[in-house]
Design a protein around this ligand. Structure first.
Ligand code: ARG
Length: 507
């Protein structure tokens, strides 16, 4: 007897007259009674993650079997009653088995006798497990996507309080151009918004039912695949039965969406660790930790852990693809190892996203320190070159003038002193004073970090009025994604209620 024959558990159960031996199971009975590889074969402990999913799949399948006249309604009622009992007892009370599917079937047969074996008619563990992991993963992806929306809300809230808070912007970790805290935070809102999109996109492809594919090659029973898909809240089917039983690309996609989100988070976390070091931002105590020996320390541990989760997530995505690479059609037991880690990483990444949201929402930005640092390293140089180019000097020449001035300009120079140095450089490079192109007043203003920021009002730029547009766009995007998530949650909730009601009518 192999799993490639749907419905064979019935015979096994009949032979055993409804009673599993001391260590037998419905499917294996005496053939899976022991041996050194037993634990290695079994996924039962890890299957706790799909215990609830398997019960739902069993219920939907049983309802469909009854509706199609494949199983008597009275027998369906007995099976459903037994499933309720198995659910109440919990995963930990399941009998031994290769996996949760077999263990639940054994538990049902133990309760109601050989008729319990009719539950496995017209299916295989192959389509069963594929359905269970999609059922479970869609919950995880929704939860992760919801966490991304909450993080975006936190970024947006803090950004809207800091549209005028000037801070240094870096490239290569060198002072580059002044920007604002709002503009900086919105840069992450944009990244996390794409992470939400990727998770929702992955969700759409996960949310399709493989149930009814049986082992991989369909079944002679007149199954209604639309009906089981509907009862389980799936938004359609994976039609080809071999594809349905074999495909795990959705796991790779879910893991990759999580790994990409974790990578976004790791950049935000790294920045905030650096900014804490510079005194730009102070984390709330709730998101910091201390040293067991150095009493003065306040460490950004939550952000370091957030940064660390990306390593695990990337490992999971890579591991999933590696496991799937080169697997022949249709089912191979390697697949048993493909999903548990994806559930775990989705959960870890969700948690990291929630922690990042909390850390962002409660952190304190030090406006004074930020303002002092914003002009360091002649960070306004590009703005001065832009001003000269706007006054008619070719940008390359303007760049040369300001580069020459940069040799002389020092942190702490007054605007007047710095402007004089730019003037001197202009005379050297062009033979003309700056006043031939721009007013001294405008040069001094371009040297001021806040004025420099205000001048960069191109679409998506850091000037407060450009940021006001970005805030509005971000808010609209959050509302849209929130609504999409509520719709998806609602559909799952409705399906689950409908299944409960359907099941009720049998007991
Ligand atoms: N526990 C198995 C898994 O996770 C279920 C499918 C077993 N199918 C089989 N043909 N042995 O993949």
């Amino acid at each position: 007897m192999t799993d490639d024959d749907p419905g064979t558990a019935t015979d096994a159960a009949a032979n055993a007259e409804g009673e599993a031996g001391e260590s037998g199971t419905a499917v294996r009975r005496d053939r899976f009674s022991g041996g050194p590889a037993r634990e290695f074969l079994s996924s039962l402990p890890a299957d706790a993650a799909i215990f609830a999913a398997d019960l739902a799949v069993d219920r939907a399948h049983t309802v469909m079997l009854a509706e199609q006249g494949i199983v008597d309604s009275a027998v369906a009622g007995e099976i459903i009653g037994a499933l309720d009992d198995v659910e109440a007892a919990g995963h930990a009370e399941l009998p031994d088995g290769e996996d949760v599917h077999e263990a639940i079937e054994t538990a049902v047969i133990d309760r109601i006798g050989p008729d319990g074996g009719r539950m496995h008619t017209a299916r295989s563990r192959n389509d069963e497990v594929a359905t269970c992991i999609r059922y479970r993963l869609r919950e995880d992806l929704l939860a992760a996507a919801e966490a991304t929306v909450a993080l975006r809300e936190a970024l947006l809230d803090v950004a809207s309080e800091h549209t005028e808070t000037v801070m240094p912007g870096y490239t290569h970790l060198q002072p580059a151009q002044p920007t604002t805290v709002a503009h900086y935070l919105l840069s992450y809102e944009g990244g996390v918004a794409r992470d939400t999109e990727r998770l929702l996109d992955a969700y759409d492809r996960v949310n399709r039912s493989p149930l009814g594919a049986a082992a991989f090659a369909g079944t002679p029973f007149d199954v209604d695949r639309d009906r089981t898909a509907e009862l389980l809240g799936f938004d359609g089917q994976v039609r080809n039965s071999t594809d349905a039983a074999s495909a795990r690309d959705f796991l790779a996609e879910g893991a990759t969406a999580c790994a990409t989100l974790a990578t976004t988070l790791s950049g935000l976390a790294e920045d905030l660790v650096l900014f804490s070091n510079k005194g730009f931002v102070e984390l709330s105590d709730a998101y910091a930790s201390t040293s067991s020996i150095m009493p003065q320390k306040k460490n950004p541990d939550t952000l370091e852990l957030t940064r660390g989760v990306a390593g695990d997530a990337i490992g999971e995505a890579t591991g999933t693809l590696s496991l799937l690479k080169g697997l022949p059609r249709a089912y191979n037991r390697d697949l048993q190892r493909a999903h548990a880690g994806v559930f775990e990483i989705a959960d870890d990444v969700r948690e990291a996203t929630e922690v990042a949201a909390g850390a962002v929402a409660t952190a304190d930005w030090d406006e004074g320190t930020l303002a002092d640092a914003a002009g360091e390293g002649f960070s306004t140089a590009t703005g001065v070159a832009d001003l000269l180019a706007m006054g008619g000097i070719p940008f390359r020449t303007a760049h040369e003038i300001v580069a020459a001035a940069a040799e002389a300009v020092e942190d702490g120079d007054s605007p007047d002193a710095a402007a004089a140095k730019v003037d001197e450089a202009a005379r050297k490079v062009t033979g003309e004073p700056l006043s031939a192109y721009v007013s001294r007043e405008d040069v001094e203003s371009a040297l001021d970090p806040a004025a420099s920021v205000a001048s960069r009002d191109s679409a998506g730029g850091p000037a407060p009025e450009a940021v006001a547009d970005e805030l509005a766009t971000a808010e609209a995007g959050i509302e849209e994604d929130d609504a999409a998530l509520a719709t998806a949650r609602g559909a799952l909730g409705d399906a689950s209620e409908a299944l409960d009601a359907e099941v009720e009518s049998y007991v």
